[in-house]
Ligand binder design. Sequence first.
Ligand SMILES: CC(C)(COP(=O)(O)OP(=O)(O)OC[C@H]1O[C@@H](n2cnc3c(N)ncnc32)[C@H](O)[C@@H]1OP(=O)(O)O)[C@@H](O)C(=O)NCCC(=O)NCCS
Length: 367
Amino acid sequence: MPFAHITGWGMYVPEPVLTNNDIAKLIDTNDEWIRDHTGIRERHIARETEFPSTLAVEASLRALQVANLAPTELDLIICSTSSPEYIFPATACLIQDQIGATKAGAFDLLAACSGFIFATNMAAQAIRSGSIKNALVIGSETLSRFVDWKDRNTCILFGDGAGAFVLQASDKPGGVLSAVMHSDGSGSDSLTLLGGGSRHPATEQTLHEGKHFVQMDGKAVFRFATRVMGRAVQEALEPLGLTTNDVQWIIPHQANYRIIETAAKYLKMPLDKFVINVQNYGNTSTASIPIATVEAVEKGQLKSGDKTVFVGFGAGLTWGAMVVEWTGPIPATKHIHPKQYRLFARLRSIARRAIRYIEGFLSRKEL
Ligand SMILES: CC(C)(COP(=O)(O)OP(=O)(O)OC[C@H]1O[C@@H](n2cnc3c(N)ncnc32)[C@H](O)[C@@H]1OP(=O)(O)O)[C@@H](O)C(=O)NCCC(=O)NCCS
C-alpha cells in the first residue's frame, strides 16, 4: 500500500492589512481588548478583485513549485472552503482551469475550519488506496465578505488567505499516518451563515435580517473548541502507539490564542511546541493550518522526519486531527516551473470556451 507524503506547500494572503486599531475606527472596540481576548493583532483582507480561487491559485502554484510537480500531473484537487466563489460551480473547478490541471477531478469540501484536515485525509486515503498518485489540497477563504463589519463579536476575528499542500504517493513509509474526523450537528446553530442556501434563498427579507453574515455564539464555540482539541490530538496518536512526547509540533487551527493555550494545558505540552501565528492573520478558517505549516517550514521549525499533529475545529460542528511524519519535497530529477503552465492554462481555457461557443452556434443551426 503506498504512503501519502506531503511533498509541496504554499500559502498566499492578500496584501491589504487591517489592524485592530483600524477596526476600532469602525466599531466600539480597541486593540487591547482584541489582543487580550483573542491574541489577534492584524489580519489580511482580500481586495475587491480577489476571490477564493485567486488566493488559491497563488498558494497552489507555490505548493506545486516546492513539490516540483507539473499541474498536468495532478489526479485530484480538493478545495476546502466555507466562502466559495459560488454555490456552484465548485471553486476547485475554477482553480483546476486556472492552473491547467488538465486531468484532475476537482471538487469542494465544506467542513468549515476543520475542512483542511478532512480534505487532506480524503486525498491521503485516495493515494493510500492506490487509485491516484498526486493530489492538491487547498484551504482558501475570503470570509471578510460574509462578516458584518458592525458586529464586534465576529468582525474582529476573521482574515482572508489560502494555503495548499501537494500530496504524492511513495513506497517510503511516512507522510499522513492517521486521522480522526468528527461532527456534531446538534451544535450547528453555534456558528452559522444561513442566507443564500435553499432554506433561505436570497430575498430582500434575508438581506434585511442579516442572514448573509456569519453569526456566532462565541462562548459556546469557545467551550466546544477547548473541550475537543486536546482529545482529538490524543485520539489521532493512540492507534499509532504514540504519545505527545513523540510529537515535535502541534499545528492547531488558528482561531484564538486562548483556545490554543487551553489545549496546551490539557495536553500538558509546552506552548512552544505549538505553531502559532494567529496574531498576524486572525482566523483564516480552513486556510489557517496550511498557512501556519508553511510559515513553520520557512522559519526552519518544521523539518523532515518531524512528527506533527494538525488539529482543527469549526462550524458544523466539526473537529479533527491528523498525525503526519513531515517529508519535504521528493528529490528532483528535472526542474518544473508550474507558473509557466498558467499561460498555457489561460490559452487552453479560452480555446475550450471558443470551441463550446462554436459548437453551440452550429447545433442551433442544425435544430
Ligand atoms: C468572541 C470572543 C473573543 C468573545 O470573548 P468573550 O470573552 O467570550 O467576550 P464576551 O462576549 O463575554 O464579552 C465580554 C465583554 O466584552 C464586550 N465585548 C465583546 N466583544 C467586544 C469587542 N470586540 N471589543 C470590546 N468589547 C467587547 C462584551 O460586550 C462584554 O461586555 P460586558 O461584560 O460589559 O457585557 C470569544 O468568545 C471567542 O473567541 N470565542 C470563540 C470564537 C471562535 O473561535 N470562532 C471561530 C471558530 S472556528
